[in-house]
Design a protein around this ligand. Structure first.
Ligand code: NIG
Ligand code: FE
Length: 410
């Protein structure tokens, strides 16, 4: 499985003749957050970046990839995806486009289909979507459970997710399933007890859908705290369908990321911004709560987009992700999300590219991906274009010419 770090190419490989190299490394290249180098080359050894520098000073290597003067970027880091499910909800999408609102009520439809599916059907679907994402330049993808909602179905969802990703997230608190509809407290108790115990061995993160109609702030806090107590990191589905307490709850618990952030108050933005300053640790890294924006969800639910500019101007770290799921955002395309973020959310193309690479890495508290510097994973994409600008400038066009994952051409 190419998602596994143990898969390495043998010998060295030089990516040469790079017209524009986006490194996301501070202090590199032309400055600015993208750390752009012109006329560059990059050496891969043992699946890692071994050297970055000017093309004319490039070391010899066993093999060579000629970028043909095109742009090379870190592979996309999709920090929010729900890939373990069966079936689809195309009819629900069609009804929405004819005027029906999105309520999240369709989650139970997918829960039914997922429970009825075999392990191999679920695995096949995850592989299909992971491969689809990889072809579009995504080399790191977080995968959530949340369509099983029984102890056995959540555990197997995460067991399968862990075959494809190191960043697996337990979302047993996605909605209260029908059989617990009249006793939500019992469901929360079950999530914190036997379900967490069965899921935790396969999960790195815990997430809750904190929203009217899903889990209130007290239930969400209780569930996330139980996850933290067994060593899981926290992420929250927050402020998606309306204003609410999710963002501030995430900040309070030191969440790596609060996701959606569609309906934000000034107090929510202050909380995210002040947390950033208040929690600067000695190494200065990976201490903030990132705001992860999911414009595919606004697109597919015909909702107003969040204003990324407000967050960026306040100094909040912003990530972009797909939210790939059969209900609210059935896209695996990070380039599509970049284009939406630039056109609809007041991000510059450079900010959107950073958010889809380094921003996603921050949201997963990883420093080995989303960046191209010595020692990082050799996860990179060669565009069919001379500059990162084209990702937003040429929406809907397949611009990913080549993908290297752990140094291996895909
Ligand atoms: O992130 N909001 C909650 N969960 C998903 C949607 C799930 C679904 O509709 O199936 C989301 O949008
Ligand atoms: Fe989601």
């Amino acid at each position: 499985d190419p998602a596994r770090p143990t898969v390495r190419s043998s010998g060295s490989l030089l990516v040469d003749n790079i017209g524009e190299l986006v490194t996301n490394a501070f202090g590199g290249g032309e400055g600015g957050p993208l750390g752009i180098h012109r006329d560059a080359a990059l050496l891969v050894e043992d699946g890692l970046v071994a050297w970055v520098g000017p093309a004319r000073g490039a070391p010899a290597a066993d093999r060579r990839v000629d970028a043909g003067g095109a742009a090379v970027l870190p592979g996309f880091v999709d920090s929010h995806a729900h890939l373990v499910f069966a079936g689809d909800r195309a009819a629900e999408f069609a009804a929405r486009m004819a005027g029906e609102p999105y309520t999240g009520g369709g989650i139970r439809t997918t829960v039914g289909a997922t429970r009825a599916a075999s392990d191999s059907e679920l695995r096949r679907n995850v592989r299909r979507l992971r491969d689809e994402a990889l072809r579009q330049g995504t080399t790191t993808i977080e995968i959530k459970s949340g369509y099983g909602l029984t102890v056995a179905d959540e555990a197997r969802s995460l067991r399968i997710a862990a075959e494809f990703s190191e960043d697996t997230t337990f979302l047993g608190a996605h909605v209260v399933p029908a059989e617990y509809a009249d006793r939500p407290d019992d469901y929360v108790g079950m999530v914190c007890g036997p379900m967490l115990a069965a899921a935790a061995p396969y999960a790195r993160w815990i997430d809750v859908f904190c929203e009217r109609g899903a889990f209130d702030v007290d239930h969400a806090r209780a569930i996330l705290a139980c996850g933290q107590a067994v060593g899981l990191g926290v992420r929250v589905h927050a402020n998606q369908l309306g204003p609410g307490p999710g963002v501030q709850l995430g900040v309070e618990l030191g969440a790596a990321s609060v996701d959606h952030c569609t309906h934000l108050s000034d107090a929510d933005i202050d909380a995210l911004a002040s947390h950033r300053i208040g929690c600067m640790c000695p190494d200065g890294r990976h201490t903030t709560t990132v705001a992860t924006l999911l414009p595919g969800a606004e697109f597919s639910t015909r909702s107003p987009y969040p204003d990324a500019r407000r967050l960026l101007d306040a100094g909040v770290t912003v990530a972009l992700a797909t939210d790939c799921n059969p209900g609210s955002s059935y896209t695996s395309s990070m380039p599509f999300c970049i284009a939406l973020a630039v056109r609809e959310m007041r991000m510059t193309p450079a900010e959107a590219v950073w958010a889809a690479t380094a921003g996603g890495a921050r949201a997963l508290r990883r420093d080995d991906v989303g960046v191209l510097r010595r020692g990082a994973r050799a996860d990179l994409i060669v565009l069919d274009a001379p500059s990162h600008l084209h990702l937003a400038y040429r929406p809907g066009v397949p611009l990913i010419r080549q993908v290297l994952h752990n140094g291996v051409p895909q």
